[in-house]
Design a protein around this ligand. Sequence first.
Ligand SMILES: Cc1cc2nc3c(=O)[nH]c(=O)nc-3n(C[C@H](O)[C@H](O)[C@H](O)COP(=O)(O)OP(=O)(O)OC[C@H]3O[C@@H](n4cnc5c(N)ncnc54)[C@H](O)[C@@H]3O)c2cc1C
Ligand code: FES
Length: 310
Amino acid sequence: MPELQVGAVKIHTAAGENMLDALLAAGQKIPWSCRAGHCQTCIVQALSGQPPPQAEVGLSSDQRQAGWLLACQCPVQQDMQLKLHDPAVDGIAARIVELHPVTDQILVLCLKPERPMRFQPGQHVVLWLDSELARPYSIASQPGDPLLTFHLRLHQNGAFSDRIQRLAAGHIVYLGAAGGHMHYDPDWQDKPLLLLAAGTGLAPLQAIARHALESGHQAPIELRHWHDEPVCYLQQPLQELAASHPQLTLRLQPRTELAADLTQLRLASRSTLALVCGPPTFVEQLRKPLYMAGLPGRQIIDEAFLSRRA
Ligand SMILES: Cc1cc2nc3c(=O)[nH]c(=O)nc-3n(C[C@H](O)[C@H](O)[C@H](O)COP(=O)(O)OP(=O)(O)OC[C@H]3O[C@@H](n4cnc5c(N)ncnc54)[C@H](O)[C@@H]3O)c2cc1C
Ligand code: FES
């Protein structure tokens, strides 16, 4: 029976048992969110023992070299000594500069990290409120911006949603490393971009649109947002952006129109790239219409905002 050791605590596991399950069953306070290897909330460090490759997918080479692994993707096959992620030591401290609602359900959070962070617009980080409460959120700002910005949808009975609303400017939170495949690729310069978002899925996609425009993207960019509120929460800044960039077109519509819109989905060109982001049900709902419109899977890049129970 392989054994996990966390500090002085020894945990006996069944061979092949999921590491996250084993740690939680033993009472370890390890946060988790997606359980699908996307969010990096369940990251732990192996001080001894070799993590299997599937537990390192999506981690940077620096993280892998330091022994970090995703517990939710790790079958325990051998004895391992582990260290849980301590955000105050392993993360980057960031001061809350602004935290304000833009709708009843969406908060904008602006942070000043204690040191510059490397990221690509559209990627996500894990926001840690303490060593037990952490969730992934997409970065809505650009690397050169003075503050790191996030758009947070508040969920009823959501542990993170409840706690973040009670924080104020000056409070310190912690950031994990930026990761994820949702970002602009300079090789896309001549390809039309179709950016499809629902809810706060707009955060990474508007960041990618801005980055593409700043990078001299040549082909048309269409940004579509289906919103749950009466108007899109970014309507004004997006309209200003489109006014100064004629190649950017916007379609900001109520979510109630989504099903009808999808029956009329047309592509500007066969080389179009579709980037899709939002709640899991939305991302799932887009797959078939995009395929039916003629887009092969390799031209669709999506990110579902998976949560603990969604
Ligand atoms: C890579 C990645 C990037 C993300 N980026 C963002 C972002 O930029 N902005 C943002 O608002 N969210 C984002 N999310 C989703 C966010 O991390 C989750 O919604 C998170 O679980 C919310 O934490 P909570 O503690 O408030 O709610 P939890 O305690 O995790 O869940 C509480 C309740 O809310 C419901 N719920 C939670 N999240 C969702 C959801 N997405 N859809 C439907 N129901 C849900 C759950 O079913 C549950 O009933 C991202 C997720 C991933 C994986
Ligand atoms: S990567 Fe493990 S919980 Fe999300």
